[in-house]
Write a protein that binds this ligand. Structure first.
Ligand SMILES: [Zn+2]
Ligand SMILES: [Zn+2]
Length: 315
């Protein structure tokens, strides 16, 4: 297998693009893909202050690395869900990247702030771990942006994540989610930060290859609570489709994005109110987060620990 660009030895075949690339050309292909996605979909403005949600996994750490390489300065945010050794190890990987990029990051410790880890909280509020985790993460991420002066949350969701979420929402016609699953959610100043997903056209396999080739040290294990999750099953199904007809995942997601653009969903949005406790957008008086945590008596002492990368200062 030869590299389509330079004729050297290819390390990865990209059937969706009918291509194969060597190490060097694949790395620039992927970085260029992220850059073009940001430009084409106008994900980032000059004035934006970026905060990236990092989990310690390959996607978010690679994205942090790529953004910095492309000149988009981003600081990090890590949510310590209190899942024992898994969370500790993830945090170590985040610290390592922070030191390497010389960019600080914030940590939110669930155990300190809410008195419990994610497993105990989800039991108490009678939600599955994944749904409780999703709700808390969305809320906390928005909160840290507003508190610390950022206006954009960047997440490392890749093509496989987005395609499988779309598939799940379509299969059960979860219309409410279908209309707001764009790759960029707009900012509402003082209430909601902009959310962007610059990796949405990069597949899981491409991201794994990128992380390995660039020597990025990430946590291999999936979250222990994701085992058996439907999203993993959808990913497997989509990969089988992809094997049969390369490019299916890209088509699926791009077609959807075109469709929601044409539908002009922004106009159809419901009238938004803001939570009387915290200002978060909501359809009732209080946001979901405040309402649920209040109902089940869970403490909310929202504080962020700041980690400054270790580097020598010469004066
Ligand atoms: Zn090459
Ligand atoms: Zn609230």
């Amino acid at each position: 297998m030869k590299c389509k660009v330079c004729g050297g030895k290819a390390v990865i075949s990209l059937r969706a693009y009918n291509s194969a690339l060597c190490e060097k050309d694949f790395i620039s292909f992927l970085e260029n893909r992220v850059f073009k996605t940001i430009k084409k979909y106008k994900l980032i403005n000059d004035k934006d202050k970026l905060l990236i949600a990092v989990s310690g996994g390959k996607d978010s750490l690679s994205l942090w690395y790529i953004l910095n390489k492309l000149g988009f300065n981003a600081d990090g945010m890590y949510i310590d869900l209190g899942i024992g050794g898994y969370s500790d190890l993830s945090l170590e990987k985040v610290k390592k990247m922070s030191d390497m990029l010389k960019r600080p990051f914030y940590t939110f410790h669930l155990n300190d702030a809410m008195g419990k880890g994610i497993e105990a909280i989800s039991k108490k509020i009678k939600r599955t771990t994944c749904s409780a985790c999703g709700m808390i993460k969305r809320y906390i991420m928005n909160r840290v942006c507003l508190d610390k002066g950022y206006n954009v949350i960047v997440t490392g969701h890749n093509l496989d994540d987005e395609a499988s979420a779309l598939m799940g929402n379509l299969l059960y016609w979860k219309e409410e989610y279908l209309w707001k699953k764009g790759m960029m959610l707009n900012e509402e100043e003082g209430h909601l930060s902009k959310k962007i997903k610059p990796l949405f056209l990069c597949s899981e396999r491409e991201m794994a290859a990128y992380a390995v080739l660039c020597g990025i040290d990430y946590i291999y294990d999936e979250c222990p609570f994701s085992i058996g999750a439907k999203s993993l099953f959808y990913k497997e199904l989509l990969n089988r489709l992809e094997d049969n007809s390369p490019g299916t995942k890209l088509q699926f997601l791009k077609g959807y994005l075109k469709f929601i653009r044409q539908m002009n969903i922004e106009k159809n949005r419901r009238e938004m109110k803001y939570c009387i406790n915290c200002g978060y957008p909501t359809v009732s008086d209080k946001c979901n987060f405040c309402r649920i945590m209040e109902k089940y008596g869970i403490e909310r002492n929202i504080i962020f620990e700041e980690y400054r990368p270790t580097y020598e200062v010469f004066e």
